[in-house]
Design a protein around this ligand. Sequence first.
Ligand SMILES: [Zn+2]
Length: 488
Amino acid sequence: MSKSKVNAVNVRTTPLSSLKRKGKVIASPMSGLNMQFSSWINDAIPEVLWSLLAITGLSRENALSSFRRILVNVRQNKSALDTRRLEHSRLAELEQPVFNALFADECANSDFATALSPLLLLPSLPDRKHWETLLPAPDVASWSRLAETVARTFDHQSQEATDCRWLKITTVAALGKLHMPVAMSERAREYDEYPNRGDMKSVRPSIRALEMSLRPGVGDEKRTSWMDEFWSECWDSTDCLMANPDDEATRADHRAFFEQVKSLYEAVVDHFLMTIEQTGIDAKHDACFGLVCYILQLLFFCLKSTVGQALPGRIALRSAVECYITLAYLVHHDSETVWLQYRNYGAGQSKLAFLKRIDQDEVPSFISTELLEELANQDAWMEFQDIKLGAWADKNLRSMAQEAGEKAFYDRYYDALSGYVHGNWSAISHSGFGLCLNPLHRFHRIPLPPRLLIDDAVPDLIKIGNLSVDKLAHMYPPFKPRLRRNEP
Ligand SMILES: [Zn+2]
């Protein structure tokens, strides 16, 4: 399967080309709709917990049979229930005899009662008193059972979750509160005979869509305190299960590349000496070779797995991307003015940093005042230099890439990588956190120690190294050495 095909198969989202841009925002396809959000995990799971325990603790056939018998009881107790559905906060409002009329027969079945017994682990369960009269005390395995239930129903589209969502809508129907147009009578029969009638590929999504309209925040439904209490009791009573998503990362062995990169670097230096024409300032020659050497150095240091396979590898790669686009832009224009503009901007920035530094009491450690002064005075005494503010070419990197015919390269790398330099949330989340695998903790994040990541920046840096050498060879031909992609 080709790479593009793999991507096409996995994508379940609107393609970028179909999204509309509104000013500085690429709007989501849902943004025009007046939507209220409700969460299956946060809000729905705590309120239908008893049914989730049944569907995961019994065979599906037995659980659905129990649900059907309970639905008969709902119909028979319609007036006592009024608008109340079978959710814990609403069941708590019932008198015990009405509650028993709904559940006592099922709870007389020990499999059903045992399956639901983890409910009694939860002190704040709103209808706890009712269940206490019908269920056995939870045992040592009950927390594990509760965790397994949440894990199997965490995905709101899972079969178990869909079965319980079906129960929610059929409860409303049993109360006589679900009104469907005549044209949808077949759909109503499909709900009635679920899961034995109609095409489940269509019935299941329609159940889920309808169930969402019965959630808090929609219509008259309000959030209940139990929705938060459930998750906080799970948090208080169970421990984290920390997982490193890159647990299987193995150190990439790039030893063979050390020699390759070293010899390419030496060949670039030799070529520099072969092509230098004079000892005065040659902005083009220096920039061309300098940018290539800089990219090769980034690659060289990333060959260590503790760099290339760790957070600094992403930052190095992002820098290499910018250097390559800068080189491509310079080569594309190949104008003395532009080469000088690039060089002078750098000198001006050093001057600016130097002037700011001499007024400061505390100075950074990574560069000395002397070095800054030297860099600023390299081509001319800084007193004669202007300081250019903003971007050196008065363009952002995207425009430079576009002009240089490197937009596809820019699109491939820029967005995801820039997050690592700017500390955007996705980059922080990826590099700093792992998941707690305890389902009762809603798979929250936990900071991890500095670690190796499965994905390696080195193959990308090798590509960029070769691309930059291509540009060098174009400006100063002939130059044949390249990095071999397949490691020996
Ligand atoms: Zn946790």
